[in-house]
Unconditional design. Sequence first.
Length: 323
Amino acid sequence: MATNKASAAPVIWLLTDNKPGHRNQLKGLGNRLRVKAGASLFWIDAHDAKVPFWRALLAIPPTLDKALPHPDLIIAAGSGTHGLLLSLRRLRKAKTLVIMKPGFPRTWIDGSIIPAHDGVAQSRDTLITDGVINTVTPLARITDKPEALLLLGGPSPHFDWDDDVVYGQVAHLIGEYPQWRWTISGSRRTPEALRARLEDLSGPRVTVANPDNTHEDWLNHRVAASRAIWVTPDSMSMVCEATTSGVPTGLFQLSERPGSRVASGVQRLVKMGYVARWSDHATVMGGKIGQEKHLWEADRAANWVIHRWLSPDAEKKQKRATT
């Protein structure tokens, strides 16, 4: 049954390829739509609904679980979901939305949410975000306890990774601020050699977390307990998660690779005052970078989606815009 009546909660299908970064963006936007619009969320694994190219091209949907309620909105993230999204784009009274720049003409669907570093111009059907959407909620209050969180990525196409440089900066912070407690977490991309060196730092003031052994909400819990966060710039998602929290956030220093869109996106956040450079580490540790500007792109994107398609008068606005 369709749920387009103003009094009914909207039904949203979230198409996922189950890659953590893509799923995180869907979850971040979906959570805000549930809070702000009372949306009911239904996850669909694109791997369970493989779509041949001709079906995507002709917008012929595959057979899906008949128990799924008819959607008001279908949101996809990740290229592995695009075929399924395109096959569903003519479902009756269902709008289609893609997160991140797709590999097909955006005019084929109803809307797009794209980070600024992808170089796409904002339009009526495209929202440009500062960084990427995530599940972090800004903290109402930053702790007074001297606790810091260090988030480390690994080799990437966007920065020249150097284990010695990263380790040296970690060791410098721990040595420079002896009264602080530190939690260090690598990622799946962190080189094993660096992980082993970091383990040697473990002690009464230093906890080294294994990302393979942390639960889904571990990051949110650690962010909430932190007064400062340091992140390597190779992961836009980690940078955006830390910045969204409102906790003073700084970047470890790595050399950018020429022409990298991710590197330029990170520098955009620096210029806008959301995150600090390594050279400003005293400012971050002093708690003075508490962002005057508020970055919460999941919430901003949810407001845009509601205004465009889910508010009671959204359909009237659509008709006025096309006449």
